[in-house]
Design a binder for this molecule. Structure first.
Ligand code: BES
Ligand code: MN
Ligand code: ZN
Length: 501
């Protein structure tokens, strides 16, 4: 959708539809009050008759707007004014978009970004509005033979009351659009089924899409290259599949050559059957989302390509399938990682860490100032934290703090779990340097403990996105998380222009 920022007066604005907020109980926002006055108190009267109370998630469409230049009015319930926070702001925006998509409105002017949101700045409100609206506009129907009729809504103006701050708002809009573009790119990759989004497809799409951006370089290492590198852990997972593995390396150079990059590593299992330790069949289709770490990392590179901020970032994405096969890893097999450490594969379903450990070792060659890996790594993380925050662990408290803050700012939150030495004992193997599983207890932590053994030379953090990367049930689909968090973390390092103050 085409978004713009403008300063307009609601009663004087020509538009297919004006969108204004109403708080509980029947409290008109400033923009709604102006319209009410111009309409001789009609909105007040409607509310009085009980047509809308202002509860969150509700709306009221007025299909005609009297003598106003605008054609229609959409009143959106925002809940109690004193409770109006990040979650309710985003909910109001989504309610507005979904209501507008159902009617024949080509363009709308949205006054919700003028509402004060607890503890949030104007640039924040604009950026989040852009992200929320663009993400609410996203559909995945390319594999349906009968497409839904595309909604008429093509343009929206985000109103900014204070004309003096339009430039600031414009910059925030550009950032929000770029993040949403990256997140929707990630969602598209995530939603594609395993028979379309194969490792080769993921690599090809990364190459095609990202190399169109300036300062972006994409390299794809093939099986022979990965063999030559001796990524024995990664290759052992790939061996069970007919689809050859790929290692995608994307470099974005927006800063000076000698400025050390941030490295992002994404788990790219395009389908996780569990391998010989095969998964139960219930909901196994959702294991097509096991490449959402890769998608999140590539989506973040997409954002960088669009925004061109002054920073260097390298993305390393190992991608393969985890399948049962005569050649597949067997429980008890011992493989040698790129680092030289040996691993006893006690469970072939703990494959993410096997491909990530080699990718993490590989990042050492870029001398990164920080490394973040992103992975749908453990069901245990979902048990521990549910579907709201990503799990966060790492070996550098300052880095962890920055990522937690970025998540809070971007409303794409993470929550730290302890990475204590004590847990390392669970990875003991009688036959190799370590086992690839640590038993039932603290599964998300022991998975990170495993990765920690490959990141001793790095400032490293690990995001377990198993609970947040996709939704199940009737809204089944990729969420695009954690593109917003990663973007916020990176942009925070790019100077004032890119921050949310
Ligand atoms: N991709 C899964 C993790 C996962 C499972 C994410 C369910 C979301 C929902 C990962 O490869 C896996 O299978 N992990 C195992 C690890 C276990 C064998 C130690 C798990 O979580 O059960
Ligand atoms: Mn698995
Ligand atoms: Zn997996």
């Amino acid at each position: 959708m085409e978004l713009t920022v403008k300063t307009t007066l609601p009663p004087a604005t020509r538009s297919d539809c004006l969108v204004v907020g109403v708080f509980e109980r029947r409290k008109l926002s400033a923009a709604a009050q102006e319209l009410d006055a111009a309409l001789g108190g009609r909105l007040t009267a409607l509310l009085k008759h009980g047509d809308l109370d202002g509860k969150e998630g509700t709306h009221l469409l007025l299909p005609e707007a009297g003598d106003l230049p605008a054609r229609r009015l959409l009143l959106v319930g925002c809940g109690k004014e004193k409770d109006f926070d990040t979650r309710r702001y985003r909910k109001a925006l989504r309610t507005a978009v979904s209501a507008l998509k159902k009617i024949h409105v080509r363009e709308a002017v949205n006054y919700l970004p003028d509402l004060p949101v607890q503890d949030r700045s104007l640039p924040w409100r604009i950026r989040i509005a852009a992200e929320t609206i663009q993400q609410a506009d996203y559909r995945f129907d390319r594999l349906k033979s009968e497409k839904d009729k595309p909604p008429a809504l093509k343009k929206m103006t985000l109103n900014v009351i204070d004309k003096a701050r339009l430039n600031q708002a414009r910059q925030a809009l550009a950032i929000g659009n770029a993040i949403a573009g990256g997140a929707n790119f990630a969602r598209e990759l995530g939603n594609l089924p395993g028979n379309v989004c194969t490792p080769a497809y993921l690599a090809g799409t990364a190459r095609k899409t990202l190399r169109a951006f300036p300062n972006m370089n994409v390299r794809v290492l093939k099986q022979k290259d990965i063999e030559a590198l001796k990524m024995g852990a990664f290759l052992s997972v790939a061996r069970g599949s007919r689809q050859p593995p790929h290692l995608i390396v994307v470099e974005y150079r927006g800063a000076a050559r000698d400025s050390r990059p941030v490295a992002l590593v994404g788990k790219g299992i395009t389908f996780d059957s569990g391998g010989i330790s095969i998964k139960p069949s219930a909901a196994m289709d959702e294991m097509k989302f096991d490449m959402c770490g890769a998608a999140g990392v590539l989506g973040t590179m997409h954002m960088l390509g669009e925004l061109q901020p002054p920073i260097n970032v390298v993305a390393v994405v190992p991608t393969c399938e985890n399948m049962p096969d005569g050649n597949a890893n067997k429980p008890g097999d011992i493989v040698t990682s790129l680092s030289g450490q040996t691993i006893e594969v006690l469970n072939t379903d703990a494959e993410g860490r096997l491909i990530l450990c080699d990718a993490l070792t590989y990042t050492e060659r870029f001398k990164p100032k920080a490394v973040i890996d992103v992975a749908t790594l453990t069901g245990a993380c979902v048990i521990a934290l549910g579907k709201h925050p990503a799990g966060l662990l790492g070996n550098d408290e300052a880095l962890i703090r920055q990522i937690l803050d970025a998540g809070e700012q971007a409303d794409d939150r993470a929550w730290q779990l302890p990475l204590w030495e004590e847990y390392q004992d669970q990875l003991k193997s009688n036959f190799a340097d370590m086992a690839n599983i640590g038993g039932r207890e603290a599964g998300a932590i022991t998975a990170a403990c495993f990765l920690a053994r490959f990141t001793k030379k790095l400032k490293w953090a690990h995001l377990d996105i198993a609970g947040v990367a996709w939704e199940s049930g009737s809204k089944k689909g990729a969420t695009g998380r954690p593109v917003a968090l990663l973007s916020q973390y990176l942009l925070e390092q790019c100077g004032k222009r890119y921050r949310l103050e």
